[in-house]
Design a binder for this molecule. Structure first.
Ligand SMILES: Cc1cc2nc3c(=O)[nH]c(=O)nc-3n(C[C@H](O)[C@H](O)[C@H](O)COP(=O)(O)O)c2cc1C
Length: 211
């Protein structure tokens, strides 16, 4: 980090980093995490992703379910992470319906160059995890977003191969009355790693690191 100091900008309310030559660089990134979840499996993973993104201390993280999320908020974000349960090998209808509200933002290029990443849960290991992740990435590419996955050298990812984003399996409950089989500690570590990486890449891409 270069020489300088942090203070709040009276104009914008954002925390800014002033370097020795008084150039102002915003220190506040905004990262949006939006998810669909019927029975809570994906919601718990979304919370871990958001937690990882917040760990940098440089980002305001906005965690929203599709019911709470307002597409108008996306324009002010530096990074957007979205995720859902895999439904028949693809995006759940709940999240897809929300993504399909982004037409105005697409038409006006409002999400171009924002950082993007994705996550999903499924009930089976070979039931479409990668298909779902790729299908989640596709609309981001249409928007001109820059996709971040998890490389193999991230310790949490060594045995998972979650290169397209985080995709994890929560085994089906034996009875609908059973409590949900939630993501394991390793699954959640993977989710936090994705959030941390998005924050790191967003910070570098936006040139917000001093020195
Ligand atoms: C309509 C529907 C379709 C599903 N399709 C798949 C599938 O293709 N492959 C799979 O492994 N699991 C499938 N599942 C299981 C969910 O992906 C899985 O239980 C997920 O963890 C649920 O997450 P949630 O509790 O956040 O909704 C499906 C579930 C539903 C309700």
């Amino acid at each position: 980090m270069g020489s300088g100091w942090a203070e709040y900008s009276a104009a914008t309310g954002a925390k800014v980093w002033k370097t020795a030559d008084t150039a102002e660089v915003s220190r506040t990134m905004n990262i949006y995490v939006v998810y669909d979840s019927e029975d809570g499996h994906t919601e718990v993973l979304a919370q871990a992703v958001a937690q990882g993104a917040a760990e940098s201390g440089e980002a305001d993280v906005h965690l929203k379910s599709v019911d709470q999320a307002d597409v108008r908020e996306l324009e002010g974000m530096d990074a957007i992470i979205w995720g859902c349960p895999g439904h028949f090998g693809t995006i759940s209808a709940g999240l897809k319906a929300w993504i399909d509200k982004l037409g105005y933002l697409w038409a006006h290029g409002k999400l171009v160059n924002k950082i993007g990443a994705v996550f999903c849960t499924t009930a089976t290991e070979h039931g479409g995890i990668e298909m779902t992740l790729i299908n989640l990435i596709t609309p981001m590419l249409h928007h001109g977003m820059i996709i971040v996955g998890l490389p193999a050298n991230i310790p949490e990812n060594v045995l998972y191969g979650s290169y397209y984003g985080v995709g994890i399996t929560c085994r089906l409950e034996e009875s609908p009355d059973d409590p949900p089989n939630l993501p394991t500690a390793d699954d959640l570590a993977l989710g936090r790693a994705l959030g941390r990486r998005v924050a790191e890449v967003t910070s570098r891409f936006a040139g917000k690191r001093g020195g």
